[in-house]
Design a protein around this ligand. Structure first.
Ligand SMILES: [Fe+2]
Ligand SMILES: [Fe+2]
Length: 173
């Protein structure tokens, strides 16, 4: 079932290292985006969210450290290059870009937790669970700032959803 959208349950150690390195590149991207957006987002309406974004930056750094530790434990080498960060001067576009990334991140970690469990790597799974709790909180913060309901996570390999840019559903009324 999950094969249809690029999901893979049984992965080798090597593949897990590769996937975690993609996750790590996403964490670096999140750190950079939150560092920059929290400082450049302007306007009285965004004062509270700017503070939230600053807090997110620190949490993303903690995630990067945790993922790197797991990569090292599995015998891999952590990557040093972030995924590209979207640049914008428009506050709403910044928040949407953050939300889009968080949706992809949650989708990726959901899959990663299942894979870690299937490998019997329960400490990895536990680590990922603590991270995904915070990623969902990030989604909630961003959705609240955008005044929308939290949109669904984006499954890995679901490129249509990931390139559409818009939270699919349910702005209120
Ligand atoms: Fe993160
Ligand atoms: Fe996040």
């Amino acid at each position: 079932m999950s094969k249809d959208n690029g999901g893979e349950l049984n992965v080798t150690r090597e593949r897990m290292i590769q996937l975690l390195n993609e996750d790590l590149a996403g964490e670096y991207q999140a750190i950079i985006a939150y560092v920059v957006y929290s400082q450049v987002i302007k306007g009285a309406a965004y004062t509270d969210i700017a503070r939230e974004l600053e807090a997110h930056a620190g949490e993303e750094l903690a995630h990067a450290l945790k993922i790197s530790k797991q990569i090292d434990y599995l015998g891999g080498t952590p990557v040093v290059t972030p995924k590209p960060v979207k640049v914008s001067k428009d506050p709403v576009e910044m928040l949407r870009a953050d939300l889009q990334n968080e949706r992809e991140t949650v989708g990726r970690y959901r899959e990663r937790i299942r894979q870690a469990e299937a490998m019997g790597e329960f400490a990895l799974s536990e680590t990922l669970r603590t991270i995904i709790v915070q990623e969902q909180e990030h989604e909630i913060d961003l959705s609240a700032a955008l005044n929308i309901e939290v949109p669904p996570a984006i499954k890995p390999g679901d490129k249509k959803a990931s390139s559409s840019g818009e939270p699919a559903a349910s702005s209120r009324h």
